[in-house]
Design a protein around this ligand. Structure first.
Ligand SMILES: Nc1ncnc2c1ncn2[C@@H]1O[C@H](COP(=O)(O)OP(=O)(O)OP(=O)(O)O)[C@@H](O)[C@H]1O
Length: 784
């Protein structure tokens, strides 16, 4: 909510152009200029307007009296919310902005529609709220306004911060905030909507009751819807979950899928959706924890055993020392005995001992001759020696027993550690497998989403942030689809696109993502690529690029040649190139050295440009030469007119005609690569004179582009292609049988925050445009 991915193109977009031309009405040379309208209508009361569409909707003098209750509009950028009480009893929510009044057709299409003129005589308008233009401007010109799926509660954070206290206090209790674990604080609003409710007739009570979800899954109609969703998103296999989603989306299958895809990966969504997965993971986690605890326990035991072993070893060492000491003492005693034996007869024991032990001819121990040991003392000593020997043997046995025990324990511990290691590896491998599966599924979902977008024919919108080492960046790209724009005072805004290229993205990477769309022009599709953004945001860098690091234009032609070469066996291709510039609503042929102005003729969905120069190109040198000619003519023309390249739109149009060598069928595809003029607002450039006319022309064409997008998005019968030369020329590429791709180029400089938000909003709204499924332009040959 409140992010750039919101689905509604709000009527505010209609203002992209003319609303900005009011800065200096007197200096505008054109008498029917939108600026003049502003002046005239601002005196006209509540219906004052600044767009020429006012002529359709501005009430007559009598009608104006009936609107007395509407709030007085002070600025052309004010937005007034009103309620219209129709005499037939129905009530409509209305919005008045940019001189045009809209009503929310809650009883029919559920979309914002232009307010019918005759209604001024059929009911009563009561104003309920007004957002002043200054408030809207604070957070960028293209603020989100309430529409389907949007509300006043969704106004940008920046605008909110600057709202007066009184306004904030007036907010109703439907408004609120939600603290999301990953998305941060979200603004919420409870809308009052009519909902489809699936009921059954309860004979007992004689009334219609709401169908329980379990019953509803058995209903043929609902079961079919659920199956369709399961087919579209195979990973989503919880039918109860799908049905509850469907209910929440008013049984709108597209909204249900879109909401699900938009919210996939959301922490809260996951928790609800994959209970069994989460449980399985929980069990594994528990097992892992247990095993880890066991390892810890065993490690502690091992440490204990180690210290016991060390203790035993030191005990053994001490005992061995004692034994050595005792042996020395024994030897000494024996030596003494020998000495005594010389003087006295040996006792029977001493004799037997002397027989048992070979007396080593050891060096005689110097015994002081004076010290004589008595026989009793000798016997005591012998007993001592005997005892010592016994304890020595006993100790030796004990130590050996300890060693054996220790060895067993060590073997057991090593085995346990080995087991633990192998089971731990198993768990990790299993976790890795689950992760790989998850990644695969995410990729599959992304592919499915792309397919869905392709089937719907949505305009692909890519965002590219320009590299700028000088300025402090206000842009962050948390994922490859999201971009967050931060301003210290105006707050934060997040936008979602099909792809976001951050400042470090190389030209090759950008081209890789557009390659599949571009390549389809070889198969006979009309393909269009546009670069939109303020001056200096990197549009030309992206489309044309410097010679040593070319952009999409040159890489696209190279790729087309490559594809044609690969198919040479079966299809013969011819590539033709035209290059035009749209400056001040005139179309210049840049491949004609006489700076020829071209006329546009529209017939059906086709546009014909009589007399335009088309150059056949056969190789890369041809295209480079052609581009150089165009560049030279553009420079000559701009010098003559004292203009700069950023004030005009540049369109490179490539026609690829393929003739099948077997069937003779002919396919014709066009690739239009469009470097649009800078989209910055007039007030910033403070243009005068010629610059003002230039700016008005740019605003007119870019605003017309926005109007075309809005009309396509709301599936209106009339798409206003003729409102500008740009939209007229692009009609075949935006007209329902084409593939289109819009680049929104932004600058990271915080100084450009408002322009950046405005550009990103334009892109986010264009992303909701569905052109319908693209069609191939193939004429069958005589052989089928
Ligand atoms: N992604 C990028 N990496 C490096 N330099 C860039 C990048 N994008 C733009 N630039 C540089 O920024 C400058 C302005 O870019 P560029 O002329 O493409 O802007 P622009 O939007 O086409 O402006 P204009 O509306 O005036 O034509 C150029 O010097 C260009 O080389």
């Amino acid at each position: 909510m409140g992010s750039g991915s919101s689905k509604d193109v709000t009527p505010t977009q209609v203002q992209v152009g003319p609303a900005k031309t009011q800065a200096s009405p007197k200096k505008n040379a054109q008498s029917k200029s939108p600026a003049k309208n502003v002046n005239r209508q601002q005196n006209g009361g509540p219906s004052s307007s600044n767009t020429k569409s006012t002529s359709n909707t501005r009430p007559s003098g009598g009608d104006q009296h009936r609107q007395k209750e509407a709030i007085q509009v002070k600025s052309a950028e004010d937005i007034v919310f009103e309620t219209f009480y129709h005499q037939n009893g129905k009530e409509y929510q209305c919005m008045y902005l940019g001189g045009v009044r809209y009503y929310l057709d809650d009883w029919g299409s559920k979309e914002w529609q232009e307010f019918p003129k005759q209604w001024y005589r059929e009911g009563r308008l009561v104003a309920i709220d007004i957002i002043r233009g200054s408030e809207v401007a604070t957070a960028g010109t293209n603020q989100q306004q309430p529409g389907r799926g949007q509300g006043r509660g969704e106004r940008a954070e920046g605008s909110r911060q600057q709202e007066p206290q009184a306004r904030r206090e007036r907010r109703d209790d439907r408004e609120g905030y939600l603290k999301h674990p990953t998305r941060g604080q979200l603004h919420t609003y409870i809308f009052h909507r009519k909902h489809n409710i699936h009921c059954y007739y309860d004979q007992t009570s004689g009334s219609w009751l709401r169908m329980p979800i379990g019953w509803e899954l058995h209903s043929e109609v609902i079961s079919k819807l659920v199956s369709q969703i399961e087919e579209a998103i195979p990973a989503w296999n919880d039918r109860h979950d799908i049905l509850s989603f469907l209910r929440a989306c008013n049984y709108d299958i597209n909204e249900c899928i879109a909401t699900y895809l938009h919210l996939q990966g959301d922490a809260w969504m996951k928790a609800v959706k994959t209970t069994s997965d989460v449980n399985a993971l929980q069990v594994k986690d528990d097992q892992l924890n247990l095993l880890q605890k066991e390892v810890k326990k065993l490690k502690a035991e091992l440490a204990k055993e180690k210290s016991a072993r060390e203790e035993a070893e030191s005990l053994i060492a001490r005992q061995e020392d004692q034994i050595t000491d005792l042996e020395v003492a024994e030897k000494q005693a024996e030596a003494q005995l020998m000495v005594f034996a010389g003087d006295r007869p040996l006792t029977s024991m001493a004799r037997s001992k002397s027989r048992m032990r070979p007396v080593t001819p050891a060096a005689p121990v110097p015994v002081p001759v004076q010290e004589r040991v008595s026989l009793e003392e000798l016997e005591v000593l012998q007993d001592c020696a005997k005892e010592l020997h016994k304890s020595h043997v006993h100790l030796r046995m004990e130590v050996e027993k300890c060693f054996t025990g220790l060895r067993d324990l060590m073997a057991k511990s090593v085995k346990a550690v080995k087991q633990l290691r192998s089971s731990g590896t198993g768990q990790i491998a299993e976790m890795e497998e689950v992760r790989a599966l998850y990644r695969k599924e995410t990729l599959q979902r992304k592919l499915l989403y792309n397919q869905l977008q392709e089937l719907r024919g949505n305009i692909r919108v890519f965002c590219r942030a320009r590299k700028d080492d000088r300025a402090e960046s206000c842009l962050k790209c948390p994922t490859d689809q999201d971009i967050v724009c931060t301003h210290p005072q105006l707050g934060k805004k997040m936008f979602t696109f099909d792809k976001v290229f951050d400042i470090n993205t190389k030209q090759e990477q950008v081209f890789e993502d557009t390659k599949p769309i571009i390549a389809s022009c070889v198969d006979g599709y009309n393909v269009c690529l546009m670069a939109y953004g303020q001056t200096g945001s990197g549009k030309t860098f992206t489309m044309m690029g410097p010679p040593d690091n070319p952009g999409i234009n040159i890489r696209a032609v190279k790729d087309l040649f490559q594809i044609c070469k690969e198919r040479i066996e079966t299809v013969e291709y011819e590539l033709k190139v035209s290059l035009v510039e749209i400056y001040n609503e005139t179309v210049q042929d840049l491949l004609n050295n006489d700076a020829k102005t071209l006329e546009l003729r529209t017939g059906g969905n086709k546009v014909n440009i009589p007399g335009i120069t088309e150059v056949i190109i056969n190789n890369m040198d041809d295209i480079k030469q052609t581009m150089a000619t165009g560049d030279k003519n553009r420079t000559t023309a701009s010098t003559k007119m004292n203009s700069t390249s950023s004030r005009s739109h540049l369109l490179l149009m490539i026609t690829v005609q393929g003739t099948d060598k077997v069937t003779a069928s002919v396919s014709t595809g066009t690739l239009t690569l469009c470097d649009l003029a800078g989209s910055e607002r007039l007030s910033k450039t403070e243009a005068e004179g010629q610059r003002l006319v230039e700016a008005a022309a740019i605003n007119k064409s870019l605003s017309a582009l926005g109007q075309v997008f809005q009309a396509l998005r709301t599936s209106q019968l009339h798409i206003p292609y003729r409102n500008s030369k740009l939209t007229q020329i692009l009609q075949p590429s935006l007209g329902g049988d084409a593939k289109a791709c819009l680049f929104v180029n932004v600058s990271p400089d915080v100084f450009n925050f408002q322009e950046t938000v405005s550009t990103l909003t334009f892109g986010a709204n264009a992303r909701q445009v569905a052109l319908g499924q693209a069609k191939q332009n193939v004429k069958k040959g005589p052989f089928g």
